[in-house]
Design a protein around this ligand. Structure first.
Ligand code: GLC
Length: 649
């Protein structure tokens, strides 16, 4: 059961689309108002587990931590960092009964969950105006399903978006993309798309292609398309201030940009230099921005990643002297912590210095900050819906609950560290709890140099995440799957992804169409496994136990009930395993996972691309009797449960 409590005069975030009854009073929380906003308190039972918060640091069980919803461009994915790129203000308390709370406000929110042993949940919203949704259910999974249903139907990517993609900050010219395509195809490594990072642009301007490199982008899209590879360009939030340029001029004429304190258009320095931010909270500006993607769709492009939409600001018009090299030098010499604090202070000043026109309501950016990226995703998604007659790929860096109706997310600038592989494993169930099914991390890590072993283990996990993209930064060593000597092991793991696609695609589509999670913590089905956060349930049939420790050739695996162990090393080997706990050997050239009792796993043939996707002759592994396969042409918008075919063993 879901109920809504309204405080003050909240901004319409659009997060919840279902009709939910308003109730007065607040059943669960003790409420305290202060000058800065409203605080909510709730005592916790000693054994209660607290889930939720989507893309945050910390464990899957949020107890003991302090987290701040304030969307931030940060490569600092460490536990001391309270804010990442997204705000997912949803908590689930799993105790004697299960209970959930979604604090629906785009303002800054602080969560302290049994922080320093307080024994309570303390939530402080930096506003007097919000909606609070409370959900009562029998189980934590039930609570999450209610929230996901209330938010509305999750984004449905095309089939090819479940393929494997390669990306790198630095690919610039057609030769770079051809080299990647050759590297994969000559080595018989499957690949579906290559991402184009900002170097495809002219002067880092959105909606432009470097003229020297791409005089005829349509021809290049066709060339790659004929090899079965799609191009997925990045689009940043800011529009370069450049008089004479059509997009800039249109934005100025239409008044589509956020305004500064003086009433002009706010200027923020990002990749292209000074930019204006489209006012994504304004319906007309959203329509305008979404329509701009015609530039790409006309060239045959149907996949995008939206970036820098927290929004990231390197410096602003109010940061006098910041572009002065001497100032930069002094800034660079300040110790890390002080530099960070200074940067944070400047960002706060900037976020308080510009304004939105939410269809007649003037709002200070700071007060609605966490909605910006979500509304960019919405603008893009609605634009693409108008421009195309079928499904498209879209994922964003910044998000807010509800944005999952419009696109997916990736978890930003992680590093090639084992801890960040483990963070990826923890993020996936937490993101799914908040409805973000189409998600994944930069496989192999964005910053730093990845080792062969780390990439193999990371890929072996990403095999199960809907978004499976290898991405790295400009200044790192090559990270493509063919860059580490012998490709055989990489071939095995990438082929496994494609052989599992009938399952991954079916489970994703069924979860999205029935308001369910695709990846769940083990404890959502096996409550005794509450402490185990490095094993996950993927879809309805599988349990995974990825190897996430450097140098490990085996790991402990908890088997909560009798299951079928599947070992893939080019061939599938199945054997029954009984309930219990075991040390399981997992060599670098194999992937091991488990089929739950009474369930089946459909397996396809080896393919090199989703163009060869074929479900006419699937093998069924496991001891179940039937499997519900979701099939369509991978592009249609007509996605219903009627597209399910029952396969029998
Ligand atoms: C940001 C993105 C990263 C991208 C880079 C350059 O750091 O998070 O993925 O490669 O910008 O566009």
């Amino acid at each position: 059961m879901i109920t809504k409590y309204i405080f003050g005069d909240p901004v319409e975030t659009g997060a919840v689309t279902a009709a939910v009854e308003d109730v007065s009073g607040v059943a669960r929380f003790q409420v305290e108002r202060d000058k800065g906003g409203i605080a909510f308190r709730l005592p916790l039972g000693a054994r209660d587990v607290v889930y939720g918060l989507g893309e945050t640091m910390g464990r899957v069980n949020k107890r003991g931590g302090r987290y701040i919803s304030f969307n931030t461009d940060t490569a600092d994915h460490e536990d001391s960092n309270p804010s990442l790129y997204a705000s997912h203000n949803f908590l689930v308390v799993d105790g004697e009964a299960a209970f959930g709370a979604f604090f629906d406000t785009p303002a800054r929110v602080v969560f302290e969950i049994d922080y320093q042993g307080s024994g309570e949940i303390y939530v402080h919203c930096d506003t007097q105006d919000l909606r609070l949704y409370q959900i009562e259910s029998d189980t934590a999974l039930g609570v999450c399903r209610e929230l996901i249903a209330a938010v509305g139907r999750c984004y449905l990517p095309p089939l090819w978006a479940f393929g494997y993609g390669q990306s790198r900050f630095g690919y610039a010219a057609p030769e770079d993309f051809r080299k990647v395509a050759d590297g994969y195809q000559k080595n018989s490594l499957p690949l579906d798309y290559i991402c184009m990072d900002i170097d495809y642009m002219e002067g880092y301007r959105d909606f432009s292609f470097n003229q020297k490199n791409f005089p005829d982008i349509g021809a290049f899209v066709s060339e790659m398309g004929s090899r079965g590879i799609r191009l997925v360009p990045i689009v940043d939030a800011g529009i370069k201030v450049e008089p004479g340029e059509a997009v800039y001029e249109e934005g100025v004429r239409g008044g589509y940009f956020c305004r500064n304190k003086e009433g002009g258009f706010f200027k923020a320095g990002v990749w292209p230099g000074m930019t204006h931010f489209p006012d994504f909270l304004n319906t007309r500006a959203r329509e305008w921005f979404g329509g701009l993607y015609k530039f790409y769709t006309d060239a045959g492009i149907e996949g995008f990643w939206n970036d820098m939409n927290e929004p990231a600001i390197f410096y602003s018009e109010y940061a006098k002297g910041l572009k002065n090299p001497l100032y930069q030098l002094i800034l660079g010499m300040l110790p890390g912590k002080r530099r960070k604090e200074k940067k944070a202070r400047e960002l706060l000043r900037d976020y308080k210095s510009f304004f939105h026109d939410m269809d007649g309501r003037r709002l200070r950016h700071y007060d609605v900050h966490n909605l910006f990226g979500a509304m960019m995703t919405r603008a893009t998604s609605e634009g693409l819906e108008r421009l195309l007659d079928h499904r498209f790929m879209l994922f964003s860096r910044s998000s807010y609950i509800g944005a999952n109706r419009y696109g997916g997310v990736w978890t930003g600038d992680n590093s090639s560290k084992w801890e960040h592989l483990r963070l990826n494993v923890r993020h996936m169930p937490s993101l799914n709890m908040c409805g973000f099914l189409y998600s994944g991390a930069d496989t192999g890590g964005f910053g730093g140099n990845c080792t062969r072993e780390l990439l193999l283990r990371w890929l072996a996990f990403s095999v199960f995440t809907p978004l499976m993209r290898n991405h790295t930064s400009k200044f790192t060593q090559n990270q493509e799957a063919y860059s580490f000597g012998d490709v055989e092991d990489f071939r095995t793991v990438l082929r496994l992804r494609y052989r599992l696609l009938p399952y991954i695609y079916s489970e994703y589509m069924k979860a999205a169409l029935t308001a369910d999670m695709y990846i769940k913590p083990l404890s959502f089905v096996y409550p005794e496994a509450r402490g185990i956060e490095d094993q996950l349930l993927v879809g309805d049939s599988l349990m995974i136990a990825p190897v996430v420790i450097e140098g490990a050739l085996s790991r402990r695996v908890y088997i909560p009930e009798d299951m079928t162990e599947v070992r893939y090393n080019g061939e599938f080997t199945c054997r029954p395993v009984s309930k219990g706990e075991y040390t399981v050997e997992v060599g670098l050239s194999e992937v091991v996972f488990y089929i739950r009792p009474g369930k089946l796993l459909p397996i396809g043939k080896i393919i090199s691309n989703t163009r060869e996707y074929d479900v006419s002759d699937l093998t069924l592994l496991g001891d179940g009797e039937t499997y519900e396969l979701y099939t369509d042409d991978g592009l249609t918008r007509d996605c219903t449960l009627e597209n399910i075919r029952v396969l029998r063993k």
